[in-house]
Design a protein around this ligand. Structure first.
Ligand code: NDP
Length: 347
């Protein structure tokens, strides 16, 4: 099988050629199947900003929430795969599963580490990586459990056209019924889309007038109680100055900092103290350890069936490429090249 191996840990933007190339393509033999194992073929790969943190050169393993990927390891990734051969009673040839099987065309894995995807022609299996998978659950967990968003809250969501953000927008507006939902995304087309799925207004952070625009929109809403933060950096900094007293931040991600060894500094820190703000970081895996994942998945599925969460064409960006193009496709995340969940479908 072919596999993408971590070759050099990056400090800044990953590179794709030369002696410092971040990844290298290798061909390896697979071990024979043991009892309880299956041979899988990857069909759809999940692209996650978090993967950048797992390979960073300066990350302290003791401070990370999962073991970092080491040089020489297969690049870790979630995927939808087909079972090609099985020595496990719970899976048979042809079954679809989701698992952390990595950037590999084929792999031998323990069946117990895999989640079967129920066969349905109504919902594409790719949603098991996005709206009805870890990213949808991230939006649910952050919005509902981490900051306990209520109808009375005005909510601001950054990364609002992305996989997590667009589900967060729809949970806030269409499931919880928040009094005001303000999105933040890159570009007018993305902003129009975010408004079409329920945001009262969406602001383009790439526009020269963004700081004034967001300030005006939040003030017109009577301030905001909740900020669902996917990006960190300067937008978080400004949001600290716009949240109402006792406002809550669901600290989900900080993508504006992931590819830079020079991290953004927060200038408005005193706002946290002065206005008794709460900034709560969270990791989606906590939803499983707290036993909340099944309930969250059911709520998301019900919302998708009732139309409160839309699984339309912009809920995912499916890029069909040969295996050689897997790393470059992942990098589209950091260029804003995706609407909703960025999925690599292997040719
Ligand atoms: P997205 O689908 O949102 O894709 C990333 C998006 O981020 C891009 O489309 C782009 O949108 C935006 N972006 C890229 N660079 C920047 C930048 N410098 N500043 C502002 N926005 C930028 O990815 P996900 O939904 O998978 O992830 C969103 C966030 O949630 C990430 O920070 C991720 O790490 C975090 N996350 C956290 C989890 C947790 O357990 N805490 C679990 C899953 C995700 P645009 O065109 O609008 O710029």
């Amino acid at each position: 099988t072919r596999q993408w191996i971590l070759a050099n840990k990056p400090t800044d933007l990953p590179v794709f050629s030369g002696p410092n190339a971040t990844f290298k393509l290798e061909t390896k033999d697979l071990p024979p199947l043991k009892d309880g194992q299956v041979l899988i073929q990857a069909i759809h790969l999940s692209n996650d900003p978090a993967q950048r943190g797992w390979i960073d050169k300066h990350v302290d393993p003791a401070r990370l929430y999962v073991p970092p990927v080491q040089v020489g390891d297969i690049m870790r990734a979630s995927a939808v795969c087909k079972v090609v051969a099985s020595k496990a009673p719970k899976l048979k040839e042809g079954d679809l599963i989701q698992g952390f099987t990595g950037w590999a065309e084929f792999a031998v894995v323990d069946a117990d580490t895999l989640n079967p995807i129920p066969g349905t022609d109504k919902i594409s299996p790719t949603h098991a990586l996005g709206a009805l998978g870890l990213t949808g659950l991230t939006a649910w967990y952050g919005m509902v459990h981490v900051v306990g968003t209520k109808k009375e809250d005005a909510v601001v969501i950054s990364g609002a056209a992305g996989a997590t953000g667009q589900i967060a927008v729809q949970i806030a507006k269409n499931v919880i019924g928040c009094r005001k939902v303000i999105g933040i995304a890159g570009g007018t087309d993305k902003c129009k889309f975010v408004e079409s799925i329920g945001a009262d207004v969406c602001l383009d952070y790439k526009s020269g007038s963004f700081q004034d625009d967001v300030s005006k929109a939040v003030k017109e809403a009577g301030g905001a109680e909740v900020y669902f933060d996917n990006v960190g950096g300067q937008i978080l900094d400004q949001m600290l100055s716009l949240l109402n007293r006792h406002g809550r931040v669901a600290a989900c991600g900080a993508i504006s900092d992931y590819n830079s060894s020079e991290k953004n500094a927060i200038r408005n820190y005193f706002e946290v103290i002065s206005n008794r703000l709460e900034i709560k970081g969270f990791i989606i895996f906590d939803m499983y350890t707290r036993g909340l994942a099944d309930e969250g998945l059911k709520a998301l599925t019900d919302a998708a069936i009732s139309g409160k969460i839309k699984l339309g064409e912009k809920s995912e960006t499916i890029v069909k490429v040969p295996f050689e193009k897997v790393p470059e496709t992942w990098m589209m995340l950091f260029e804003g090249g995706n609407w909703g969940k960025l999925v690599t479908t292997l040719e």
